[in-house]
Design a protein around this ligand. Structure first.
Ligand code: GAP
Length: 454
């Protein structure tokens, strides 16, 4: 089967309402995308799957939903003000600005000129002013990662839940980076969502937990439908690690534009908790932090056995939701030859991720009886809690099947004259992948669908 191209995905996403360019009517805003009617469902389903696996199915993780607007001191002591930058070069001819590591053979990727500036650091954070007065004290940032609030709220979470090590705090939310060269559709954007877990462990147990989380996360991606042949684990060389990290694995995925990072799993040591901790003499800290004269708090936990205060190490699986959506679309997009001179596009998403679970299709739109039965079924089935059930009354039945194949709807349910005339009433159920059809009585439908989806 031919590899999925980015053009195929971009076209499908626009045509069927998954993803649109932001500010499209004004020519678009670079590196910013909006999720349409089906995109928002897919994204929500992916986030729900992550939250279920990370929080509901475990007994050692709490959730958090912190603010995006971030106090300057948080990002000063996290190291982001000083170090969160990419080296960039300017082209003196076309005035384009590019990441230094994206330059090949010393030539401008836009116009091909060799007249480039030396690389200079460019801070990726979006700076803003909090409150009406413009001053150094009122500088704030849109967070560049969700993680920092997990660290700064560490004590509040521990105090309110009485957690002991090891345990984690999970969060899903928007992050912002002023990427120099946003590219590859939703792969590298300026506004994106992250799902991050900060898993706190005893120092010394960190390497063991790093391996455990690497394996957990690979298995989770396989459960979402990615195949192992499209996944690669990259171990970041020590001279290329982020400023906070002791070690890092990247789960890379074979995107249409190449094998690239989908999720990072970093060992952040005690760097962040240590740096946000009030400097105190009686308190032993590893050497991974500096004095903090601004913090009011010790971000640490008491070890029951030794009675000592410990700054935990942290293992951080951090995934990009948008990159997750792109990986799922890449993997699921399939063009099938039907053998009769026709072909179809099928989005073979796992059923828990499919934006629409069931499409109810009337055989004849202008039959009042059939339409009334469709509405009755829609009202009944939407209460099952299986996700979105849609009444599809555009086009003919063949077109409706094609449309739902393309957007990944696992089941199409057709109401025809037999449904009305036969007792017991029956409908046909068509399976997206096999295209096989069966007849099921409407009385048995709720149990059938619950069994299928839940
Ligand atoms: N808290 C750790 C952290 O933020 P990161 O490797 O910079 O680490 C984690 O980001 C994940 O966030 C990446 O693996 C990627 O999936 C996603 N991500 C980062 N920058 C992104 C961007 N500009 N556009 C889309 N996703 C991005």
């Amino acid at each position: 089967m031919a590899a999925t191209t980015m053009e195929q995905l971009v076209s499908l996403c626009k045509r069927r309402g998954f993803i649109f360019q932001n500010a499209d009517i004004y020519g678009g805003q670079q590196g910013v995308y909006d999720y349409g009617p089906l995109g928002v469902e897919l994204k929500n389903n992916l986030k729900a799957a992550w939250w279920r696996a990370m929080v509901y199915e475990r007994d050692d993780v709490e959730g958090l939903d912190a603010a995006i607007l971030t106090n300057r001191k948080v990002l000063k002591y996290s190291g982001h003000e000083d170090t969160f930058s990419d080296p960039m070069v300017d082209c003196k001819k076309c005035k384009g600005r590019f990441r230094a590591d994206h330059i090949k053979d010393g030539k401008c990727p836009n116009c091909g000129a060799s007249d480039l500036t030396e690389p200079r650091p460019f801070n990726l954070m979006f700076k803003t002013q909090v409150g009406p007065v413009e001053s150094a004290e009122n500088i704030g940032y849109l967070r560049p990662e969700t993680a920092q609030a997990i660290f700064t709220q560490f004590k509040n979470v521990v105090d309110s839940t009485s957690r002991k090590l090891p345990f984690g705090i999970a969060q899903i939310g928007k992050s912002f980076r002023n990427e120099i060269t946003p590219r590859n559709f939703i792969f590298r954007v300026r506004e994106f969502e992250q799902a991050e877990l900060e898993y706190f462990v005893f120092p010394g147990d960190d390497e063991k937990w790093h391996e455990i989380w690497k394996n957990e996360r690979i298995n989770w991606w396989l459960e979402q439908g990615l195949s192992m042949e499209n996944i690669h684990i990259y171990t970041t060389p020590s001279d290329d690690l982020a400023h906070y990290a002791k070690a890092c694995y990247d789960i890379e995925y074979r995107f249409p534009h190449g094998m690239e990072e989908l999720e990072g799993i970093a060992n952040r040591r005690d760097y962040d908790l240590g740096n946000h901790t009030k400097a105190q003499e009686e308190f032993e800290l590893e050497a991974h932090c500096h004095q903090n004269p601004d913090s009011t708090t010790k971000l640490c936990i008491r070890d029951d056995e030794s009675g000592k205060w410990i700054v935990p190490f942290v293992i951080e699986p951090s995934m990009g939701i948008d990159r997750g959506v792109l990986a799922l679309l890449t993997e699921a997009y399939t063009e099938e030859d039907l053998g009769d001179g026709n072909s179809r596009v099928v989005l073979k998403l796992k059923k828990h991720l499919a934006p629409i679970k069931v499409a109810i299709i009337p055989l004849k739109k202008n039959s009042e009886e059939i339409m009334a039965k469709c509405h009755e079924l829609k009202n009944k089935l939407m209460k099952l809690g299986i996700g979105r059930v849609q009444l599809e009354n555009t086009g003919n039945i063949g077109k409706a099947y094609r449309r739902h194949d393309e957007v990944g709807t696992p089941l199409c349910l057709t109401v025809d004259f037999e449904t009305i005339e036969n007792k017991p009433e029956t409908v046909t159920i068509r399976d997206r992948d096999t295209m096989e059809q069966i007849r099921v009585s409407t009385d048995e439908l709720p149990a059938y669908l619950r069994e299928y989806f839940l």
